[in-house]
Design a protein around this ligand. Structure first.
Ligand SMILES: NC(=O)c1ccc[n+]([C@@H]2O[C@H](COP(=O)([O-])OP(=O)(O)OC[C@H]3O[C@@H](n4cnc5c(N)ncnc54)[C@H](OP(=O)(O)O)[C@@H]3O)[C@@H](O)[C@H]2O)c1
Length: 302
């Protein structure tokens, strides 16, 4: 297992906190998740401010999906982007959205993509992900994604919730070499993908985009932030337990983490974690608390 292999990090000055995809796109190692953002009208201004805070702090990758709030998340992201474009330009942000499995047939996928673009107020997506595997033949999904890219509606594409067998099946399909990322659940308390998936992806130049990097905060965090070792590391460094979790998540230099927050303060805290480099001793202490897998585990999706 060689989780520390670094394949795609820009090592040039000023860009070491970013990841370069195999198509050349350069994206930040910590972006912005948006699941459950846009659901409560009373929180709209706060959530727009939070997204703007993130973009201004360099977290210029925004992850959304047609599924989130049945389009409400994309609408809210669109409002935030409209405000951002008064001060910044389209090419400064990297917008990711996802197509639902039942919309992934060639014609439906185009409709879904166009609707996502309308909600976001954009004329192209930087990346479009196949949200999870459904019943549409994989060949058709790949063809549909490539057609959207050729048309210019998306700049790149990837997959989500693909385990190693799914990746193997995908990469046998002509045209699937254009796949840039696999977005899967990954946090300190859920390390199953370290057994084989990360290495497989690394070998094929597919970047890991890890979702639920904070194990969804309060609800499903499995006590990660209260863990004594996590807290001790945080205290000794003068950082927060959340930042320890994010620093751990992106420790191999080639992972993109997309924590979600509706709070500007939390987003500033999360963004600052890009500078954290945990020591060997700290990583070993965390391994003792949350050991890496020694056997193949089913892909976690919570
Ligand atoms: N591809 C997929 O199937 C899939 C599945 C799930 C998620 N995702 C993507 O991944 C993103 C992240 O996953 P997630 O939203 O499920 O979970 P997450 O990022 O692990 O956790 C989000 C939770 O952590 C809290 N939080 C964030 N920053 C914090 C901080 N600094 N201090 C304390 N609490 C903090 C948030 O509350 P506040 O808002 O109050 O800060 C929220 O309750 C999603 O938003 C979505 O974009 C993709």
């Amino acid at each position: 297992m060689n989780i520390c292999s670094i394949i795609t990090v820009m090592e040039v000055e000023g860009m070491s906190k970013q990841v370069r995809l195999k198509n050349g796109a350069v994206v930040p190692r910590i972006g912005l998740g948006t699941w459950m953002i846009g659901d409560e009208p009373a929180k709209e201004n706060q959530e727009i401010d939070a997204i703007l805070t993130g973009i201004r702090a360099g977290m210029r990758l925004i992850d959304t999906a047609e599924m989130y709030g049945e389009g409400r998340s994309e609408l809210l992201v669109g409002k935030a982007l409209k405000r951002y474009f008064k001060e910044g330009s389209r090419d400064e942000v990297f917008v990711v959205s996802k197509v639902l499995p039942w919309n992934a047939g060639k014609k439906d996928m185009r409709n879904s993509c166009v609707k996502s673009l309308e909600r976001l107020g954009l004329d192209y997506l930087d990346m479009y992900l196949y949200h999870w595997i459904g019943n549409v033949p994989m060949v058709e999904v790949v063809d549909g994604l490539n057609a959207l890219q050729d048309e210019g509606l998306i700049r790149s594409w990837g997959v989500s919730n693909f385990d190693i067998k799914d990746m193997e099946r995908l990469l046998k399909i002509p045209g699937a070499e254009r796949c840039q990322v696999n977005q899967v659940l990954y946090h300190l308390g859920s390390r199953g993908i370290e057994y084989d998936l990360i290495d497989y992806m690394t070998a094929h130049d597919i970047v890991l985009m890890s979702y639920c990097p904070l194990a969804q905060g309060g609800r499903l965090s499995k006590g990660l932030r209260e863990n004594q070792v996590v807290c001790d590391i945080a205290k000794a460094r003068g950082i927060t337990p959340t930042q320890v979790l994010l620093g751990w998540n992106i420790r191999n230099g080639s992972t993109i983490a997309i924590p979600k927050s509706s709070s500007s303060d939390h987003i500033k805290e999360n963004g600052a974690a890009v500078n954290i480099e945990l020591t060997k001793a700290e990583l070993e202490a965390l391994d003792r608390e949350y050991p890496p897998p020694t056997t193949k585990l089913p892909l976690d999706t919570e």
